[in-house]
Design a protein around this ligand. Structure first.
Ligand code: FAD
Length: 289
């Protein structure tokens, strides 16, 4: 089913997973997706490494199995940095042949040695998909605090508008730790005529080191209330992760109370994160039991 149709009908709940890294077998992704499917998500998205590096070879197989074996909608990510038009077209054909209807069109993270080839920006990829493969529903990334490479939020919103003009059907946000940033962004989008549904992306922080990495890679700011909770957790790694999960649950409860289009959990291949957020959203009435 097209995600744009689901978003037109209801508020959504979804998860993101990534293909197994290192020595982990492909079956690991199936186990994670299988467990997350118990939470009846509207879709599960699967990441794709930029420039064909890393573990992206398994992205489409995992998406296909989520649709075929679990009966859950898959959203496969596709990056274009470093890709030729022929490579992109081969990937689009594969997605369609696998029976997947939804793709998240991205430029991709910058990686050493990967240069722009045929697509400079995600909006170029979105236009190309719409022109060549109109049967696909196309999502795009958005950044409540502005994209980390962009000088300011205002310019980032100009670039977001280009994604809408290129034909994107919906948006999924970068993670954020202050819901107020998301609400302000939502208002600014409306003022800038970005009218697409915006799904809010939430990632529980797991440690001091991880949240610091996030702040640098995604430009997400860390509010003092998060710092205070991490200070209270001290050096205890389990207490840091527990503080992150509790904080994420408070964020999703607040998002649910503020009428968001959808809530997307960056579940980091840890089904317990998916289950904990699902239970909180059932308890507050955002999701049916
Ligand atoms: P773009 O929209 O192309 O933006 C890239 C930069 O160019 C931004 O600074 C933007 O402001 C600027 N820009 C855009 N258009 C123009 C223009 N016309 N002129 C000048 N500047 C412009 N990365 C992965 O590698 N794999 C994944 O699976 C993945 N999944 C993601 C899922 C979500 C929900 C999100 C939010 C991000 C994800 N990322 C992933 C990270 C993403 O690839 C990076 O944030 C990347 O740096 C930007 O991707 P984009 O698609 O937003 O790019």
């Amino acid at each position: 089913m097209r995600i744009s149709d689901i978003l037109a009908a209801k508020q959504t709940f979804s998860f993101e997973i990534f293909p197994p890294k290192g020595e982990l077998p492909l079956e690991h992704a199936h186990e994670v997706a299988n467990s997350l499917a118990e939470c009846k998500p509207d879709w599960i998205s699967v990441t794709f490494s930029a420039g064909g590096s890393g573990n992206s070879a398994n992205t489409f197989a995992i998406g296909r199995d989520i649709e075929r074996d679990l009966g859950v909608n898959a959203l496969v990510h596709l990056t274009c940095m470093g890709s030729t038009t022929a490579e992109v077209d081969a990937n689009l054909r594969k997605i369609v042949d696998d029976g997947v209807s939804n793709v998240l069109a991205l430029r991709g993270d910058r990686r050493p040695g990967v240069q722009t080839v045929d697509f400079a920006y995600a909006s170029d990829l979105i236009s190309h998909i719409k022109a060549t493969t109109p049967e696909l529903c196309v999502g795009a990334a958005c950044y409540p605090e502005g994209h980390v490479e962009c000088e300011d939020l205002d310019r980032s919103l100009d670039h977001l508008y280009l994604k809408q003009e290129a034909g994107a059907d919906f948006l999924v946000s970068q993670l954020f730790f202050s819901n107020d940033d998301f609400y302000r962004f939502r208002e600014l989008c409306l003022r800038r005529r970005v009218k697409l549904p915006i799904v809010a992306g939430i990632m529980p922080f797991t440690s001091v080191a991880q949240i610091q990495r996030m702040a640098f890679t995604c430009g997400a700011s860390i509010p003092s209330k998060v710092v205070k909770r991490l200070v209270a957790a001290g050096d205890d790694k389990d207490a840091q992760a527990q503080a992150g999960l509790e904080y994420a649950i408070e964020q999703v409860e607040d998002l649910a109370a503020n009428g968001v289009d959808g809530i997307h959990i960056y579940s980091m291949n840890r089904p317990e994160i998916g289950h904990a957020t699902y239970e909180a959203l059932v308890a507050c009435g955002y999701l049916g039991a």
